[in-house]
Design a protein around this ligand. Structure first.
Ligand code: HSE
Length: 433
């Protein structure tokens, strides 16, 4: 039985997870793929360090620093781009497709920003470009959207798709831990991106949502149209107030079909505690996909880590080794009605936290602004001063559904009041209806 030979561009967290799984589960993988899948080489920056790892793991394959040689090796049929980042990942992926090799990549930034061009090249060259490991680690969510749910008109999807961010928010909520301390732990566990601002500022989740949105709504990948906010502004105070109101703060990616376009946004959101997504904790990811025929389906699992992501790489390899045809085919133009919505156009309930002077008349002034703008209030929570001598108190408001543009008008007017002593904190509420 001939083997399928693969080359690994990168032998970091995901590369090591992939090589480990291929060795440990070789028997099952060979049976499922119909042929053995063999690592025929890896490209790294530090050969000695990589060789120390393979020796310790009991693995043996050639390791070099020459990406072009591996890509052009006639014995290698599939190239796994597991280096991450912009370059040389982009050049290598193009070169591999040009050379007629199938490519599996875990690089969400690459697919989110160059996916249209690379998929077109793959089509031209009659090879496959697969990226299951790029989104939600080990959860087969690309396969679910493009195959299992292919009968459906997808109405919306919402997910926790950054494990590091979810780990940080979960630890802040359950153990009152400090943001920076939890981030350092996520980095040491190999969850965080090389540049962790990608995790905490929402960029990593945005890359993944751009990919999911394109597949769900049959559009080209359009990263630039996303509304992106991260979790770096979330404080323990808001986490605690949200809990008191019956919500958990999660970093969500939401893609929703609207009458006049597609809404794509990643940001922290208050989710009612009774929702399953509100109870997804730690590094776990989960994506709810709502199709017109099937209703809501929940896809849950480890969103980062060596073997979780390696599991998705190997799944794509098995598919390709079986001779799987390209399942991802995106149109090259966006029909007008599918144009991305402006962020101000979308509506939801909002959470606002105001720090106000503790004196009569303040509540009336605040209420007058909401009344004039016809923003309906769902709940108000006023807390006692944190310390006896404090002259200000937090005031928390939950609005009913309103456009973001209108709530931002209200914030402008609120911040002009003398009795509002610091910038208003604004968070969206996602009820997942
Ligand atoms: N940094 C990413 C995360 C890794 O935390 O989810 C997986 O894409």
């Amino acid at each position: 039985m001939n083997a399928v030979n693969i080359g690994l561009l990168g032998l970091g967290t995901v590369g090591q997870g992939t090589a480990t799984i291929l060795a440990r589960n070789a028997e099952e993988i060979t049976r499922r793929a119909g042929v053995p899948i063999r690592v025929a080489g890896a490209v790294v920056r530090d050969v000695a360090k990589a060789e120390a790892w393979t020796a310790a793991a009991g693995l043996s394959f050639p390791i070099t620093t020459d990406g072009d040689a591996l890509i052009n090796d006639p014995d290698i049929q599939i190239v796994c781009e597991l280096a991450g980042g912009e370059e040389p990942a982009h050049r290598w992926t193009r070169a591999a497709l040009e050379a007629g090799k199938h490519v599996v990549t875990a690089n969400k930034a690459l697919i989110a920003t160059h996916g249209n061009e690379l998929l077109a090249l793959a089509r031209d060259k009659r090879v496959s470009l697969r990226f299951e490991p790029a989104v939600a680690g080990g959860i087969p969510v690309i396969k679910a959207l493009s195959e299992g749910l292919a009968a459906n008109r997808i109405e919306w999807l919402a997910g926790i798709i950054n494990g590091t961010g979810n780990f940080i928010l979960s630890e802040m909520a359950s153990r009152g831990r400090d943001f920076a301390d939890v981030l350092a732990e996520a980095q040491s566990l190999g969850y965080a991106e090389a540049d962790p601002t990608f995790d905490v500022e929402g960029i990593d989740a945005a890359h993944k949502l751009a990919i999911l949105g394109a597949i769900a709504f049959d559009t080209p990948i359009d990263f630039d149209s996303l509304c992106i906010e991260g979790i770096s502004g979330i404080t323990g105070v808001d986490v605690a107030f949200a809990e008191q109101l019956g919500y958990r703060i999660k970093h969500l990616g939401v893609a929703r079909r609207r009458e006049h376009g597609v809404e794509l946004r990643v940001h922290p959101a208050l989710i009612p505690m009774k929702r399953l997504l509100a109870n997804v904790d730690g590094v776990m990811n989960a994506v709810v996909i709502h199709g017109d025929a099937v209703g809501s389906t929940l896809h849950y699992g480890a969103g980062a880590g060596a073997e979780a992501t390696g599991s998705a790489v190997v799944a794509d390899l098995v598919d390709l080794a079986r001779g799987g045809s390209e399942p991802i085919s995106l149109p090259s133009t966006v029909p007008d009605k599918r144009a991305a919505l402006e962020p101000g156009d979308f509506s939801c309930p909002f959470y606002l936290r105001l720090e106000v002077t503790d004196q009569p008349g303040v509540m009336a002034a605040v209420a007058a602004i909401f009344g004039t703008l016809e923003i309906s209030i769902e709940a108000i929570l006023q807390k006692e001063p944190a310390a006896h001598e404090d002259t200000t108190v937090p005031l928390i408001l939950l609005t009913r559904t309103v456009t973001e543009a209108r709530v931002r008008d209200a914030i402008t007017q609120l911040e002009a009041l003398e009795d509002i002593v610091s910038p208003v904190v604004l968070l969206r509420v996602e009820t997942l209806d």
